[in-house]
Ligand binder design. Structure first.
Ligand code: ARG
Length: 565
């Protein structure tokens, strides 16, 4: 629709350019929600002010004076509605989708701009549980979107690999560790060690004392044994996380985590002192945040150690220097809202003009329908187990409904994961929600499988039709079911931009659902393959365009598109 909006803007400039400049016109034209109101509309309220005339009157006059063979122009109340001539709409939209293929929708809005998308940011030695899926899905989708829109996108996993927890794990390992068990069971074994530590340290202070010593060895003394153990735990954890990321299609360009910033903290501290931003209380160093209506921030504890936020200050500054980002997105749960408000405010206080380019892309919680995130035995639910369960459940469904399907396992994987991805990414980011298996895996209603199935239908039509899709006669695509579908396809480019701008993949997910629904309606109302060869080819071109948009879009919300299911 961007093209049509621009055409309308230029056309309007010729007629009302004296009252409004082109930029103002561009900002005024809009895409009406309903097709009856045109493909592009221009509200005349602004003109009414400068012309001192009733807007409906202006709309009416303009509809009489402007003529253009690309559009039908109709005045309705204060609006001037532009309808792209149906055949032209089909030719431009379907034609460019077929021509651009996998690149359709990609623009260059992000050219020469670096967008950092930080997501997942897992805590080493701890499991990835089901609750983590939210951030992974949202982050990975925004990263893919940014890339598709031409940004130099950088995905960062800001690992939680620093802090007293590592003192605890090392202590536990020294007392009870079993190398073979850790190699075999990975994070689950580390987690058990951690739990054991917590149990014992409640009874005996000595464990906590040891943990502090190990942490000191690790951070301050740069002790080799402590460092080697830390590296090993990190390796074990990452191997496991990467398995999960792979399954979900999530990738990263950097794993620079908290520990990476430990040698970058002194410079931050120096700057805070020089800019006179610190005050002292009970041996701690704090930043007064009262001028921002936020709680004060401790940057150094009485033991002289840095904190989570101190490392984030160093990290933001490093990212600016190293990447010179245009935007630095933190995809992190909304429970850390205060933390990021404080971080942004501190950067502002430090005089960093770019503080506002650091954005907390916050999201709500996810819970499983039967209970929270813990299993019946009281342990956590590992994300990996949930993913496997999704695939398993899908396989059972396929066995019931379509047991002869080829590559059953592969399709089950695509559909099971697609169900999770759609469910995650069609819910507004900020909402908490409850995950219900039966609902997510259903083929009815707004689900991943429904979306994938629409595309499968398109493929089976294309396979049956076997037509060459060159030199299409677009006059066969002017009846309503086709036009509505084409109109919807045409807004794909703008939907992508809006989804990224608002950091909201749900905008794209819901859009794709809209396309799938319109396509299913088209499928019921229109006979695609008929005796009329030219009409069949035109209809198939549209079917191909629908499938292309669905597939391009699904990729960006972490969904795969099976050809059969
Ligand atoms: N590792 C942290 C946690 O699990 C999240 C890190 C968020 N990112 C950041 N730059 N602070 O709570």
């Amino acid at each position: 629709m961007k093209q049509f909006k621009e055409e309308v803007s230029l056309l309007l400039e010729k007629h009302v350019g004296e009252m409004m400049d082109l930029q103002e016109i561009r900002e005024s034209v809009e895409v009406p929600k309903y097709a009856e109101k045109g493909d592009v509309a221009f509200p005349c309220f602004k003109l009414a002010k400068s012309m001192r005339k009733n807007p409906a009157m202006i709309a009416k006059e303009l509809s009489e004076t402007i003529t253009d063979d690309r559009f039908d122009i109709v005045a309705e109340n204060a609006y001037l509605n532009f309808f792209v001539k149906k055949e032209r709409l089909a030719e431009i939209v379907v034609g460019s989708i077929l021509e651009e293929g996998e690149a359709y929708g990609a623009t260059n809005v992000g050219e020469n701009k670096t967008m950092i998308v930080e997501y997942s940011s897992a805590n080493i030695s701890k499991e990835l549980h089901f609750g983590h899926i939210r951030g992974i899905m949202i982050g990975s989708s925004l990263y893919k979107l940014a890339k598709f829109l031409g940004y130099n996108a950088v995905a960062v996993n800001h690992l939680g690999d620093y802090g007293i927890n590592f003192g605890k794990i090392i202590t536990a390992y020294k007392h009870w560790g079993d190398d073979k068990d850790i190699e075999e069971r990975g994070v689950r074994a580390l987690l058990d060690l951690y739990v054991k530590f917590e149990k014992f340290s409640k009874r005996d202070e000595k464990f906590m004392e040891e943990a502090r010593q190990w942490f000191h060895k690790l951070e301050v003394e740069k002790d080799q044994e402590a460092y080697d153990l830390w590296s090993w735990f990190k390796e074990i954890s990452l191997a496991e996380y990467n398995r999960v990321y792979d399954m979900l299609g999530a990738t990263f360009d950097s794993y620079d985590g908290e520990a990476f910033y430990s040698d970058k903290m002194p410079a931050v501290h120096k700057e805070l002192v020089e800019k006179d931003l610190l005050f002292y209380e009970d041996g701690m160093e704090l930043i007064d945040m009262s001028d921002y209506n936020l709680t004060n921030v401790i940057v150094t504890t009485s033991a002289g150690t840095s904190l989570y936020i101190t490392r984030d200050i160093a990290c933001a500054i490093y990212r600016k220097n190293h990447y010179d980002f245009y935007k630095n997105l933190y995809v992190v749960g909304s429970e850390q809202r205060l933390h990021f408000q404080q971080l942004r405010a501190i950067l502002h206080k430090m005089g960093r003009q770019w503080w506002d380019d650091c954005v907390h892309v916050d999201h709500g919680l996810i819970m499983l329908k039967d209970g929270k995130l813990s299993s019946r035995e009281g342990g956590v639910i590992f994300l990996e187990d949930v993913i496997q369960m999704a695939v398993q459940k899908t396989l059972e469904l396929i066995d019931q409904k379509n047991p002869g399907l080829e590559d059953k396992e592969e399709v089950a994987r695509q559909v099971g994961l697609g169900a999770i991805a759609y469910k995650e990414l069609s819910t507004s980011r900020i909402k908490d929600y409850i995950f219900d298996w039966d609902e997510a895996l259903s083929f009815e209603g707004e689900t991943g499988p429904y979306l994938q199935y629409a595309n499968v239908r398109a493929h089976s039509l294309l396979e049956r039709g076997e037509a060459d899709l060159k030199d299409i006669d677009y006059s066969h695509l002017t009846e309503e079911a086709s036009s509505l579908l084409i109109r919807e396809l045409s807004s794909f480019d703008e939907v992508l931009e809006t989804a990224l701008e608002k950091h909201e993949p749900a905008i794209l997910s819901r859009y794709l659902m809209g396309v799938a629904k319109l396509f299913n309606r088209f499928y019921q109302q229109v006979s695609v393959i008929t005796e009329d060869e030219e009409a069949t080819r035109a209809k198939l071109a549209l079917v191909k365009a629908v499938s292309q948009v669905l597939e391009n879009g699904m990729k960006l919300i972490n969904m795969e598109a099976p050809k059969k299911m």
